[in-house]
Design a binder for this molecule. Structure first.
Ligand code: PRX
Length: 653
């Protein structure tokens, strides 16, 4: 923690759409008269049929359900494209920067105007229809960060097909699970992806995944040419994206869709079981994405907005694509990574395109900070006026560096707390309204009513720390877990009856600022990627030599949290360095590189209660190297295992 407060700069207080008074006024109205507030805010979208109902939402079991603007009709793709054509048809909608800069053969990148985006989306939407895709069908998108990812999402939205974007770093197993769970009929992928100069075999991964599926689901695979590598194309199943769209009409009328029709499924990790398909719908989600994009980033027409997240995550959905395009913004899409070809890449791209607003994850900032200031200061960054952070708590040191070095002290930082489930930013500063405290996400967005509760659900008042819950629905709230509405209710609304439980711990200071302290469940946040410890455990126990595994997070300088795995081998197997390496590779193959364990400790036994429950608290303490406060271990079935675990603690950094 640090006590430094950065007041709203005078020019921001004067110019910003939301200043202190306006924030207070609108926040008050959003809670005291939500009907009026949302009726007005939803007018930011074009409705083909106006809604009369605002919210019919309840978190109580008997009346449970979430619904916004339910009798309205609209088309998300028309809201993101068509309505901007008259005024900004020739304005860039998407600026795309390839993995390698031009001098390294990466090519010049692409600038796609709103008019061109319209044509591309219409052609693909017609292409999807020609392949038999209809409203409600699921389409899996497994693409690199190329414009076709956004085009594919928007083409689905145009015809009411439900997209499920799977991050390009996921393994064939992970793709298969996600395709199977929602019975996708079609996959859009690319021959290969490029990231940090390395080739990602996307099509080959899809081929592998398809072999793992049970029963008929995927009928067609549409393959974008990214590298031009000759990839296997299965007769009758696989077809070229370019050939498909070339054969279509450049016009596709936007279907009239209901506000509560599904827009997308996005899989995310929870504390138990396999990843769940978070479902978002049309009207509420787009209202929320658009409103937060405008207010949190104080977005002004003509500005270049760069959200550095991958479209495989919710941040990419809401701020690379939907929120930005709904607001007629120019959104920058970067294919690569922050440190390739060198540590100046982000800042050079900012200069190249004169980016005004830059939004990234703390893990990337920490990695760049470590390399020294020269990589930053040798670039200009004069165009920047606002910085953002998302995905994990930002430590004050990284915040200060971002502010002082990247933003040269002139750019406010919006530290936005939210989740896949919440659709868009929930607790966040607004640059013209909020005096900033490094490391605090500060205050709730309009319509968001946070509470801190203790383990028994008692509401905690004033300066305090507890579990973060939200007491009322907001338009961008997820509507269900795909295929399992009961799981939706049980996961989020039963821990604290009648309230949405975020899974996060949080502190509120004497000034009312919220400080997210991290997950309080068995979810860990590794480099801003959300991971269920149970997922890594089940990958480990799927290995022939592993009898049991327990996975916890531990503080990691760069990643925020690292993955620490305790592994018990089968009776006849012996620990070795080779086996350790094999297990690391195994998890990478089962889930994907983002799940790579940082530490594997072979453990003859795990600390369990007499009823067989693993005491994770103890494992966390050992992983954190905080062995002096292990607490009471006398209730363990075999307290002696703890001494062994401590003595053989692996050298976690
Ligand atoms: O623990 C919180 C953390 O990321 C979790 C949500 O992860 P995901 O659904 O993948 O969405 C990430 C992008 C919105 C949260 O439960 N988190 C997200 N943003 C912040 C954060 N923790 C602290 N500060 C943030 N700004």
């Amino acid at each position: 923690m640090n006590d430094h407060v950065y007041p709203v700069p005078a020019d921001w207080a004067e110019r910003a759409k939301i200043n202190k008074e306006r924030y207070a006024e609108l926040y008050r109205e959003s809670l005291s008269n939500p009907d009026a507030f949302w009726r007005r805010e939803a007018q930011r979208l074009d409705w083909q049929k106006p809604f009369t109902k605002v919210s019919e939402s309840s978190f109580d079991e008997a009346t449970f359900g979430i619904s916004w603007f339910s009798d309205g009709q609209l088309n998300v793709s028309a809201n993101c494209i068509d309505r901007h054509l008259a005024e900004r048809g020739d304005q860039p909608a998407i600026i795309w920067e390839p993995d390698s800069p031009p001098e390294m053969g990466g090519g010049e990148g692409r600038i796609i105007t709103y008019a061109q985006l319209h044509e591309a989306v219409c052609r693909l939407a017609n292409g999807l229809k020609s392949l038999g895709i209809r409203k409600g069908d699921r389409v899996t998108i497994y693409l690199p960060m190329i414009p076709e990812a956004a085009i594919s999402m928007l083409a689905c939205a145009r015809i009411g097909a439900i997209h499920s974007v799977v991050f390009g770093g996921f393994s064939p197993d992970s793709i298969a699970n996600r395709v199977q769970d929602c019975d996708s009929r079609l996959i859009i992928t690319a021959d290969e992806g490029l990231r940090g100069g390395k080739v990602v075999p996307l099509k080959a991964n899809v081929d592998e995944a398809l072999k793992l599926l049970h029963g008929p689901t995927v009928e067609k695979v549409v393959v974008v040419t990214r590298t031009g590598a000759g990839v296997w194309m299965e007769e009758g199943r696989d077809l070229s994206y370019e050939e498909l769209v070339a054969a279509q009409s450049p016009d596709c009328p936007a279907d009239v869709l209901n506000a509560e029709d599904p827009l997308f499924i996005l899989y995310t990790s929870g504390s138990t079981g396999k990843p769940k398909g978070v479902l978002h719908t049309m009207g509420g989600y787009l209202t929320w994405a658009s409103m937060t994009h405008e207010y949190v980033f104080d977005y002004r027409p003509g500005e270049i907005f760069w959200c550095a997240a991958d479209v495989g995550w919710v941040t990419g959905h809401s701020y690379v694509v939907y929120g930005s395009l709904a607001n007629g913004a120019t959104t920058l899409m970067y294919e690569g990574v922050p440190n390739f070809p060198d540590f100046s890449r982000f800042w050079q791209i900012i200069d190249k395109y004169q980016v005004q607003i830059f939004y990234a994850a703390p893990t990337a900032l920490r990695a760049l900070m470590r390399e020294g200031d020269d990589w930053v200061t040798k670039t200009s960054r004069a165009s920047l006026r606002l910085l953002g952070s998302v995905g994990e708590p930002i430590n004050p040191e990284a915040w200060e560096w971002y502010h002082r070095v990247v933003g040269e002290g002139r750019c406010p930082i919006v530290d936005t707390w939210w989740q896949t489930e919440t659709g868009a930013a929930m607790i966040t500063p607004m640059p013209g309204a909020t005096d900033l405290k490094p490391g605090s996400a500060s205050f709730p967005m309009f319509g968001v009513e946070p509470q801190l509760v203790d383990g028994d659900g008692h509401v905690l008042e004033g300066a305090t720390e507890g579990n973060l819950v939200l007491t009322r629905s907001w338009p961008g709230q997820m509507r269900t877990v795909w295929g399992d509405h009961r799981r939706f209710f049980e996961t989020y609304f039963t821990t604290y009856r009648g309230k949405y439980f975020t899974g996060d711990g949080c502190r509120r200071d004497a000034d009312g600022y919220y400080w997210i302290t991290g997950r309080v469940d068995d979810v860990i946040n590794v480099s801003g990627h959300r991971m269920g410890t149970a997922e890594v455990e089940s990958a480990l126990v799927a290995h022939a030599k592993v009898a049991e595994a327990a996975v916890v997070g531990y503080p990691h300088d760069l990643k925020g949290q690292g993955i620490y795995a305790y592994v018990t081998l089968n009776a006849n197997d012996v620990p070795s360095e080779a086996l350790r390496r094999d297990l690391v590779q195994w998890v990478r193959k089962e889930i994907g590189p983002i799940a790579t364990p940082d530490v594997i400790q072979f453990a003859p036994g795990l600390p369990k209660t007499r009823s067989g429950k693993i005491m994770r608290r103890i494992l966390r303490k050992i992983a954190e190297n905080d062995v002096s406060s292990l607490g009471d271990t006398s209730t363990l079935a075999d307290p002696s295992v703890v001494a062994d675990l401590v003595a053989n603690r692996a050298g976690a950094s």
